[in-house]
Design a binder for this molecule. Sequence first.
Ligand SMILES: Cc1cc2nc3c(=O)[nH]c(=O)nc-3n(C[C@H](O)[C@H](O)[C@H](O)COP(=O)(O)OP(=O)(O)OC[C@H]3O[C@@H](n4cnc5c(N)ncnc54)[C@H](O)[C@@H]3O)c2cc1C
Length: 264
Amino acid sequence: MTESAQQPQKNVLIVTAHPEPRSLNAAFSDFAAEHLTAAGHRVRTSDLYAMKWKAALDADDYPDHPADERLDVLDAAGRATAEGRLSADIAAEQEKLLWSDAVILQFPMWWFSVPGILKGWIDRVFTFGFAHGPGHPPPYSNGGLAGRRAMASVTLGAEEPSFSDRGVHGRLNDVLFPLHHGLFWFTGLAPLEPFAMYDVNKAPESRFADAKREYAHRLDRLFTDEPIGFRTLNGGDYDHDMRLRPDVETVGTGGLDLHLRPHS
Ligand SMILES: Cc1cc2nc3c(=O)[nH]c(=O)nc-3n(C[C@H](O)[C@H](O)[C@H](O)COP(=O)(O)OP(=O)(O)OC[C@H]3O[C@@H](n4cnc5c(N)ncnc54)[C@H](O)[C@@H]3O)c2cc1C
């Protein structure tokens, strides 16, 4: 029995971004769905390429937006969200997010970021008034999607040391800061440490078996692992300009680590 089989049944949304159904990323996505289902959880997937997801945000996302009117994106998205008039594909993804207790983003690292189709999913689905904005608790604390967890599962061509503290690419968690902090934590999703498989392009079959075992372990602890300990915006650590107060920073800490709570 897996560790998660002893936990209450939860809802997990897996969002996958790869154009090839026989890819390594598709294999990880399928593996996660099977493993979580076997552990008793409910799983839904958004396979963005298979869905032919429209990546670019534009006026078609807000069907009531008058064609001759200047498109103010935040305003149009906010109004369409409030009135339940978003395009059907966006509304369907928002329903899945609200249904979920945890979200997994499965993607290959492309140019130090998510593939464009996944960025487009983020841009279009996390609308003003849905994931953030007035009517929601402050961001970086308790945003619109609070109570849920989120994890990036990423494959990388580079080797692990090159994404470490002295690695030329920067630390993986710094590279993923826009996702962990700017998207997950901003909207209230508790960010979990990423699952990463490095050096995948030269990986023999045996390494995939090892990676699956490691991933299974992470999936078993999806609802019990301690999330990344980012500071809250409304916890008194930041001033009115949203700058960290110097007196709360830990000596010797710098860069993006400033936004982590000091270890107790
Ligand atoms: C546009 C672009 C930008 C990139 N930018 C970066 C970057 O910034 N940083 C970085 O580190 N890398 C980068 N890369 C490399 C990229 O991250 C890897 O190519 C990607 O993670 C590989 O994942 P995949 O799913 O495409 O693998 P695949 O090509 O599908 O497979 C990779 C390997 O795994 C094997 N495999 C596939 N499926 C299975 C399976 N079911 N079981 C066992 N083995 C399997 C394959 O045989 C192959 O050897 C970039 C690549 C591209 C195309």
